[in-house]
Design a protein around this ligand. Structure first.
Ligand code: ATP
Ligand code: MG
Length: 185
């Protein structure tokens, strides 16, 4: 799966509709402190199904909605769309979302009404979206999305902790559990 475009409206500091094209290769986002760089990463994670307000640096789920400033009133909803390109092998087993070469995932939250997901225009459940991203090295909890502060945590971690992080990133953490299990038999 390759991400091609991110669209935001009313999400955190991105109150006005904003569209970002993601080209092939490495994408860098630069700007002064507080301009919204981390908010963009959170928009990706949120749309992929993040359900923990804490990992979105908020107290409640509705904290992702533009809260207003001195100059502008708050909004009643936030909406983020991810456009991605899929390859034939991308279809996770058991997925309820039919394979199409391009997929648009939209998540929208309204004050007092909760959030909802759409994939290529059809209403889907949160778990359908989670499954769609699960096998694609993307997803809300993917080691491919590294939050601010995490690099520092890797540098200052004890060697055993660092090994655990690397094993999680490499997707082999589960092997140790199974090996221990086998040794005890
Ligand atoms: P740094 O370089 O310091 O890491 P950054 O570019 O990553 O900065 P972000 O943390 O993405 O910046 O953006 C922080 C800004 O987003 C703050 O100004 C904060 O007030 C604003 N913000 C966060 N949530 C909301 C919200 N719900 N409504 C309005 N503004 C918000
Ligand atoms: Mg930041």
């Amino acid at each position: 799966m390759r991400l091609k475009r991110l669209k935001l409206a009313g999400f955190k500091s991105f109150v006005d509709p904003t569209e970002l094209r993601i080209e092939q290769g490495l994408t860098g986002i630069v700007g002064p402190n507080g301009c919204g760089k981390s908010n963009l990463l959170e928009a990706l994670r949120w749309t992929m199904g993040e359900s923990s307000p804490k990992s979105m640096r908020g107290g409640g789920m509705e904290d992702v909605i533009f809260a207003g400033t001195d100059a502008r009133p708050s909004r009643d909803f936030a909406e983020v769309s991810i456009l991605a390109e899929r390859q034939e092998g991308d279809q996770p087993e058991g997925s309820t979302i039919p394979f199409e070469s391009e997929v648009e995932v939209v998540r929208r939250i309204e004050r007092g009404a909760g959030s909802a997901y759409r994939v290529n225009g059809r209403d889907v459940r949160a778990k359908d979206v989670a499954l769609l991203f699960a096998d694609a090295a993307t997803g809300a909890h993917s080691p491919a999305l590294v939050s601010q502060g995490k690099i520092g945590a890797v540098v200052s971690a004890k060697p055993t902790e660092r090994r655990q992080m690397l094993e999680e990133a490499a997707g082999i953490a589960g092997l140790h559990v199974r090996r221990k299990d086998a040794e005890q038999k």
